[in-house]
Design a protein around this ligand. Structure first.
Ligand code: FAD
Length: 343
């Protein structure tokens, strides 16, 4: 009896698995795959069934190569057209809908970056289903975990939609290895351009420092820095350590640094080891971007410099220095990396 039940449930599982098929929207800069795509593929593989990637762009054929090597990816659909310049959701949505009509995927996902967050809700609305945003775990083909209340609680959500659409928090899933796979590439026709919006230009901050969301070490500054010029202290420290530089929203709002440096609930999620917070109080929305290492592959150690011993950030700190940041000499700050190596 016991064996029979097990066999039946195994059979049901295998049937369910066989009928799952996930479309991962590949994110790229035409000639380069954006790392979060590999995290999204890992999440898609956890759903079970076949994984297909869709890459659309103006001249993006070479991005298919690394994806084709990812184990578990069956097929890559490539759509190239001038209307995908700037990857506007108004143009990409009809393409995904046409692809969905042809292949009937059970799941559609993308990384929870600005790009995926921009695209998937529009597409969900057109499919008349809800989007599950920023999932951190796949429990089964219809059950996912995501954070709520600025990352202070985890919600396990069962999704009954006919097509399950979700964005994936990159830092919660290991990047899929670019090895061992042999996915086939298929060109897909692009629907006629929607022509509702036009991509004009983008100005990107040029930085030789590591990208914030994938940096192994992050030094962040807050309102306590008092000016943009004083961020030089952190840039010097970061350059000594090969670190990225982040900031609190208060520092961004005050105009000290550009907003792509913001860490937190409405900024970027980072998972470095360590995270060095200087002149940051540790408000909940900031902590949401750097403290949650429960599901991470590495555990983030937090090092804090703040003159107020009561600052909430000390509650999540592994190492704290109660000191005026302007009195902490650069030589002392740069020695932090020696300290970090020792801990
Ligand atoms: C919907 C919403 C979303 C938000 N999203 C984000 C987000 O994504 N990221 C984010 O960061 N915030 C976010 N916030 C804002 C957040 O609530 C806080 O206001 C912000 O994080 C505070 O930034 P801060 O710690 O730099 O500034 P403050 O809270 O003003 O703290 C400055 C700290 O610097 C210390 N300090 C001052 N001078 C010195 C010195 N000389 N030496 C050492 N220490 C010193 C002080 O003791 C203090 O602890 C959000 C808020 C809302 C409402």
């Amino acid at each position: 009896m016991f064996t029979a039940i097990n066999r039946r449930s195994l059979g049901q599982f295998a049937t369910l698995w066989r009928f799952q098929s996930t479309l991962v929207r590949a994110e790229h800069h035409n000639n380069q795959l954006t790392p979060i795509t590999l995290n999204a593929i890992t999440a898609a593989r956890k759903v079970g069934g076949e994984v297909t990637c869709l890459e659309a762009g103006t001249n993006c054929a070479m991005v298919a190569e690394p994806i084709s090597k990812v184990q578990g990816v069956k097929k890559i659909l490539v759509a190239q057209h001038d209307c995908y310049k700037g990857l506007l959701p108004e143009e990409l949505t009809p393409l995904i809908l046409a692809t969905q009509k042809q292949f009937n995927f059970t799941h559609i996902c993308a990384g929870a970056y600005a790009f995926g967050k921009n695209l998937l809700p529009r597409m969900s609305a057109k499919l008349d289903v809800a989007t599950l945003s920023d999932i951190t775990e796949v429990k089964s083909q219809d059950t996912f975990v995501r954070t709520i209340y600025a990352d202070n609680a985890l919600a396990t959500v069962k999704c009954n939609e006919k097509v399950k659409v979700f964005t994936v928090r990159g830092t919660s899933f290991e990047p899929a290895a670019v090895a061992g796979g042999r996915a086939a590439t298929e060109q897909v026709a692009s629907p006629s351009p929607a022509g509702m919006s036009e991509w004009l230009e983008q100005s990107l901050t040029k930085s030789y420092r590591p990208e914030l969301t994938s940096a192994k070490v992050v030094v962040s500054g807050g309102r306590g820095l008092k000016s943009g010029e004083n961020f030089k202290l952190l840039y010097d420290l970061a350059d000594k350590m090969g670190a990225a530089v982040g900031a609190s929203r208060a520092a961004v709002d005050a105009g000290y640094v550009p907003n792509d440096m913001q860490v937190g609930q409405t900024g970027k999620i980072v998972v470095p080891d360590p995270y060095i917070a200087v002149g940051i109080s540790g408000a909940i929305p900031h902590l949401a971007g750097m403290k949650d290492s429960k599901v991470q592959l590495t555990v983030t150690r937090v090092i804090v410099i703040n003159k107020d011993p009561e600052a909430p950030i000390f509650q999540v700190a592994d190492y704290g220095l109660v000191e005026d940041l302007f009195k902490v000499s650069l030589s002392m700050m740069t020695r932090l990396d020696i300290v970090i190596l020792k801990v």
